[in-house]
Design a protein around this ligand. Structure first.
Ligand SMILES: Cc1ncc(COP(=O)(O)O)c(C=O)c1O
Length: 370
């Protein structure tokens, strides 16, 4: 079976862990700070970086840091992994979903602006910020998004769980946000051997550190300086990530080649309903390869590929607001998102795919008959 994701497990890293932890500690070890520094250097950003236990916790921490009394609404996209909506709800914050673009699955900035222009003052006054999800490693016109957030005095949060390494105008997409978050979950482009995440922000570093360390600093564990939680990236995971990050540039280059290969050979298929396109200044990390398949063919497509031993995926099977627990405080028109989710499928595109597997995927795709 050609698997959609391939879980990493490097024997050499596992052996090195044994030796390394003769001299470092399992929690808040030197290696954790070394990894944070390396991550910041890799992305070439001036933001502060703190690692934490997961991408979900990274969202939680950024929203706790961005707490503004009386402002309890976030604008976000209806197509994402649950966390980008469930974490604000966990903090008892409210959501309003903005539809996606017609030609992709990202938040439509024209619709965002239209909403902000026309929404009643009583709602507008309560909007704290925008959570922009950089789905499948793609992002929107970040200059325009930043301009909108400034105009309406909104905090810009980037859910970059899937887009580490993505650039807009040659700068890390993370650098455009007030807060950005990422995940090192095992299927992510930079992944560890368990859960992990990081928050990027411009504000008070000490406050963020207290928040993830149960409110105490690292020297005095008896004084509670802030109400916080325990959300630390284990040193062991930081060790894995420090090794893995040295491969990230290469991984992104390989994925770029895979994407070009697919793009060239698949674009003419009669099953594709329309091409997906993005802003010309985006250089994606190419995390996941998406396609829009004509909706009547989609399940046949998925079954045929499965029969040929190729695991394709439907991300995501329903819109976030279709969950009773994630309902918005104000309803908006989400027609584009609805159509997109009826047609979306993703092909395996992990960096360990072999040439013959890629050829098999393309040939199987192009020879499909229903
Ligand atoms: C868009 C998005 N946001 C948030 C998360 C949450 O990350 P984690 O699984 O590390 O909590 C994920 C992970 O799948 C994600 O894809």
């Amino acid at each position: 079976m050609i698997k959609f994701f391939q879980q990493k497990k490097d024997v050499k890293i596992l052996q090195d862990i044994n030796n390394y932890f003769e001299k470092d500690i399992w929690v808040n070890g030197d290696v954790t700070f070394k990894f944070e520094k390396k991550l910041r250097e890799f992305l070439n950003i001036s933001h502060n970086v703190i690692s934490c236990n997961s991408g979900s916790d990274a969202l939680l921490i950024s929203m706790m840091l961005n707490n503004k009394p009386g402002k309890n609404i976030y604008l976000t996209t209806p197509i994402s992994y649950i966390a980008s909506a469930s974490i604000p709800r966990f903090l008892n914050l409210q959501l309003i979903y903005i539809d996606v673009k017609k030609n992709n699955f990202l938040m439509c900035l024209d619709k965002l602006e239209e909403f902000l222009k026309t929404c009643p003052r009583i709602i507008k006054n309560k909007i704290n910020g925008i959570i922009n999800v950089e789905l499948f490693g793609q992002t929107c016109d970040l200059d325009k998004l930043k301009k909108i957030s400034k105009k309406y005095n909104l905090t810009l949060i980037g859910d970059c769980a899937q887009s580490l390494g993505t650039k807009f105008k040659n700068k890390s997409s993370i650098s455009y946000y007030d807060y950005a978050t990422t995940s090192f979950y095992p299927t992510k482009i930079l992944s560890c051997y368990g859960d992990g995440g990081a928050v990027f922000f411009k504000g008070n570093y000490k406050k963020a550190l207290l928040l993830k360390n149960n409110g105490h600093d690292l020297k005095d564990k008896s004084s509670c300086l802030k109400i916080g939680m325990n959300s630390r990236l284990d040193s062991l995971q930081a060790f894995v990530l420090l090794k893995e990050i040295s491969q990230l540039k290469k991984t992104i280059l390989i994925k770029q080649k895979i994407f070009n290969f697919y793009k060239k050979l698949l674009s003419k298929s009669k099953f594709i309903s329309k091409p997906i396109s993005f802003h010309k200044n985006v250089k994606s990390n190419n995390y996941i390869y998406p396609l829009l398949i004509k909706k009547n063919y989609r399940s046949k497509f998925l079954n045929s590929m499965k029969r040929k031993g190729i695991e394709c995926k439907m991300f995501y099977t329903k819109m976030l607001p279709a969950n009773k627990l994630l309902k918005p405080v104000v309803k908006t028109n989400l027609d584009n998102a609805k159509k997109c989710l009826q047609q979306l499928v993703c092909l395996p595109s992990h960096e360990n795919l072999k040439k013959k597997e890629l050829i098999k995927i393309v040939n199987s795709f192009n020879k499909l008959k229903f």
